[in-house]
Design a protein around this ligand. Sequence first.
Ligand SMILES: NC(=O)c1ccc[n+]([C@@H]2O[C@H](COP(=O)([O-])OP(=O)(O)OC[C@H]3O[C@@H](n4cnc5c(N)ncnc54)[C@H](O)[C@@H]3O)[C@@H](O)[C@H]2O)c1
Length: 280
Amino acid sequence: MLNNFFQRIETTQRMLFFIRKYPLESYHPLGESFRKGEVFKMNKKTAIVTGAGQGIGRGIVLELAKNDFNIVGVDVIFQAENKEKGLFEVKERVKELGAEFLPVQADISNLQDHEKIIQKTLEKFGRIDVLVNNAGVAPKQRLDVLETSPESYDRLMTINTRGPFFLTQKIAKQMIQQHQKDPSKTQYIIFISSISAYYSSPSRAEYCLSKAAISQAARIYADRLSAEGINVFELRPGIIMTDMTAAVKEKYDKMIAEGLIPQKRWGYPEISGGMNICRL
Ligand SMILES: NC(=O)c1ccc[n+]([C@@H]2O[C@H](COP(=O)([O-])OP(=O)(O)OC[C@H]3O[C@@H](n4cnc5c(N)ncnc54)[C@H](O)[C@@H]3O)[C@@H](O)[C@H]2O)c1
């Protein structure tokens, strides 16, 4: 009897929370899954963010967490034993913010891993509302375009362009199915390209080429998917302080001080994409 009483209070509290957050979706029958909280999970938007373990990807994840998304963080590095860095640390931060985070160790340049990312997301959250194609790499060594090696060219094209192109293709097919079942929900695919998509840097030609190509992929997918209930956007960060730019910090400090950009300061991961994505 007392148990029933507490169960009813708990259900009422969950119901209030549910109605407050999802007024239009509050008519689900009260079943076992509702009491376990699974209905909450299913009605939140689910975002997959690649390269989520640090830098801009991590910044995007934390903004999404503050805005009530379920998040799947994909990264090639898991570092389960290292709480200071990587997906494990991000998971802890997301937990503090009260959101759900599923870490998936996967390499976006390996097409076999794409199925794993989708499967794990659907198992845990039931659908995919947002894909953020953020993972990317810079050349291991900046070299004049006359010295660019085929190996570095292939590495950047495979990770920065081929990986997100085919991951998007697979996830778009899943999103099209979801749209056919429920056309009321808008879905989003975001490409993090770069200012280098149009700005020429002769000391890292392969990076600029890979970003120009993914920028065009964003336009192509936007054209193809708009009729399918999927909005496609491209974000082009400028100069953001992350591990990727750590090696050239002094060079950019000087250029920024000399007026390279009107704001005269570095960009930071938290503000460079996450907030824009959360406004969608
Ligand atoms: N930092 C900048 O100034 C800047 C500017 C413009 C664009 N960008 C772009 O923003 C994105 C993020 O950059 P960042 O500065 O945060 O870099 P970062 O190096 O700090 O983080 C990149 C993350 O992606 C992960 N990653 C790398 N290869 C991967 C793969 N094959 N599969 C899965 N994960 C992989 C890394 O492990 C890392 O966690 C990149 O696409 C980059 O090109 C960065």
